[in-house]
Design a protein. Structure first.
Length: 636
């Protein structure tokens, strides 16, 4: 088992964990939850041996094999299928030993043992196992032979995930594995993890994923690790009960304190009551502090009623949608009315985002027409809308531009509902995290009071509390909602009808998300044809289509590759400096009296470097997400 005993863990001058303990048994699936910056990822690094505890012990069986998703993107011409298979290190070692034995024409006991071991570890089925992993994560069969370097950042992260799953591990650590996945891939991964025989440590903001996969929740909060039995929903109930008890105890203690203090203040100066006053002073001193419970979300926003409410918002009349004259979804007949809440389902690349862009007017239809009400007011959230934020301006500037006549205090109060408070409203957007940029983009949409709200993966980069606040706000939204999302909690909470985009067509989907899960399994099993061609297409035409697709992907990636490369270069320069500072701060020499000034200076520099690395990593993720969005648009 994995055992963390009385752990104290610091990053620079900041203490993340103090006296924290945790036990993970074989086969247990544990979800880690907690506020951003609480120490979840640092805990992973501790288990992996990338960080060392300031105090306490980490015990792990020597025979356990650990697997995790590498965060760095490998730039290699190795075929993607081979790259995934490399995740099974023992498989590759045995294969190399067999090749060496065959080259030496060895026979006998050693060769027999090697082949027996190869059979034991599933070597003869390894290729099909890797193919199943890639297929489940959304890769088409032709992608197996493509070099890793030809994929965008998000797709390479999927390859890293497949490689980690390929490892026959005893302990699997996954940090936000659903970030680069669509709904179909999320559902597939969920099923895979439920069948995984080893121990699992999981960090994710997807509550439905946690509910389905985790059997234990560990809350990283107040420098402690608190374990709750059950899934995320059970954790919420238990934590609410615990906080209610804590709040009741706090209030009782405050009443006791007030009573004792009132007696002391009243009778301390009276000789006849002096002894009683002193005894109450001592009683007051003996009271241990109980912290006040805080369970309020920092987000308090709602969609205001739209000023106009047309009965029919738009009608799609015998339309084809796609790019450059190439239809992705054809023959669409669709009328959307005020007050409907629609979730779009369908496999990756089927054309959901293309359809949304056509509805809002960013793309013209390839054929047919879209008739929009003259009173339509569209609020559109998508990755490229976030990219339109002015990086050199602040949050208040963006909102004031929409409402030049509004009082500044009203604008600040509104932004406060999205957790932009105090001086943060004057902070430049370029310094925002991905989640903060997404929140600001959503705030601007909410202010505009749309009657048609179109959301394309709105939960990317949002934490659980913001996702919950958005789901609640959408439930009360009076207008029409059309949403594509991989977050099932938001889909189920905010929508009441489903439409399916698949096999080049749009059709109603009569069922719920469990039904869609089964549909998705069957769809993958039958290897359904994609709009770009498949079975029945001659090889010459197929090669031309594939070449055009590769060129579109390359053109889509170009604007982002330079930025990502610059971030990676700076990270490569800062990481060694941080590691050197980590090592020095962990040494006894750092705390000698003679090193006081050096300690202060290096602690300051350590904080600067750590903060810069954190910001660069966030920028890298954001740029990769932007590139993925561009690549997905090119794919569609």
């Amino acid at each position: 088992m994995l055992r963390l005993s009385d752990i104290t863990l610091s990053r620079g001058a900041r203490v993340l964990l103090r006296g924290a303990s945790l036990t993970v048994f074989p086969g247990h699936r544990v979800g880690l939850v907690g506020a951003n910056g609480a120490g979840k990822s640092s805990l992973f690094a501790l288990v992996l041996g990338e960080l060392h505890a300031d105090a306490g012990e980490v015990e792990l069986p020597a025979r356990w094999v650990l697997s995790h998703v590498a965060q760095e993107l490998v730039d290699t011409d190795r075929a993607s299928l081979d790259f995934v298979m490399d995740g099974d290190a023992e498989l590759r070692e045995v294969e190399a030993a067999i090749r060496e034995a065959e080259a030496r024409h060895e026979e006998g006991e050693r060769a027999a043992m090697l082949h027996a071991r190869y059979d034991e570890i599933g070597g003869y089925a390894a290729r099909s196992r890797a193919q199943a992993l890639m297929s489940g994560l959304g890769f088409a069969p032709e992608a197996e032979a493509m070099p890793v370097a030809s994929f965008s950042g998000g797709w390479r992260m999927r390859l890293n995930l497949a490689r980690a799953l390929m490892c026959r591990s005893d302990l699997l650590l996954l940090d936000e594995p659903t970030n680069h996945l669509d709904l179909d891939a999320v559902m597939w991964l969920e099923d895979w993890l439920k069948a995984y025989p080893g121990a699992l440590l999981l960090i994710t903001h997807d509550r439905e994923f946690l509910d389905s996969v985790a059997g234990t929740i560990v809350h990283v909060d107040a420098q402690k690790l608190t374990t709750y039995a059950g899934n995320y929903s059970a954790f919420e109930r238990q934590r609410a009960e615990r906080l209610a008890q804590q709040q009741a105890a706090f209030e009782r203690q405050q009443r006791t304190r007030a009573h004792l203090q009132a007696f002391i203040d009243r009778f301390r100066a009276k000789a006849t009551k002096a002894r009683q006053a002193q005894s109450r002073i001592k009683a007051l001193e003996r009271l241990e502090d109980i912290a006040e419970a805080h369970i309020d979300s920092p987000f308090t926003f709602a969609f205001r009623a739209p000023p106009v409410k047309p009965k029919l918002l738009f009608r799609v009349a015998e339309a084809d949608v796609g790019y450059e004259g190439r239809a992705v979804v054809s023959g669409i007949e669709w009328s959307v009315y005020f007050g409907e809440a629609i979730g779009l389902l369908g496999p990756n690349g089927a054309g959901k985002s293309t359809l949304l862009k056509t509805i809002v007017g960013d793309l013209p239809p390839v054929a047919g027409e879209i008739i929009r009400s003259p009173d339509i007011r569209i609020g559109y959230f998508a990755q490229h809308q976030v990219e339109k934020l002015r990086l050199d301006e602040h949050a208040l500037w963006h909102l004031a531009r929409l409402a030049p006549e509004a009082r500044e205090q009203d604008l600040r109060d509104f932004l406060g509902g999205f957790d932009f408070r105090g001086d943060q409203v004057f902070q430049k957007v370029e310094s925002f995290s991905g989640g903060e940029k997404a929140r600001l983009a959503l705030a601007l949409i909410v202010w505009e009071r749309p009657n048609l709200l179109v959301l394309d993966e709105p939960t990317n980069h949002l934490d659980i509390e913001m996702r919950e606040a958005l789901a609640q706000a959408l439930q009360d939204f009076e207008g029409t909602l059309i949403v594509v999302a991989h977050d099932r909690h938001l889909l189920e909470a905010a929508t009441d009808q489903w439409w399916l985009v698949a096999d080049g067509a749009l059709s109603p989907f009569d069922g719920n998300l469990d039904d869609y899960r089964e549909w998705s399994r069957q769809y993958r099993a039958r290897g359904a044809r994609t709009p770009e061609g498949g079975r029945g297409v001659d090889r010459k035409a197929q090669k031309r289509v594939e070449a055009e697709a590769r060129q579109r992907l390359a053109d889509a990636k170009k604007p982002f590759e330079k930025k990502i490369a610059a971030i990676e270069r700076e990270l490569a320069q800062l990481q060694p400096e941080k590691e050197s500072l980590d090592a020095w701060l962990a040494s006894g020499e750092a705390y000698d009296e003679a090193m006081r000034e050096t300690l202060a200076e290096r602690s300051r520099r350590h904080g600067e470097v750590a903060a810069r690395i954190e910001r660069l990593e966030e920028d890298w993720l954001w740029a990769s997400a932007e590139m993925d969005a561009a690549v997905n648009r090119a794919r569609e």
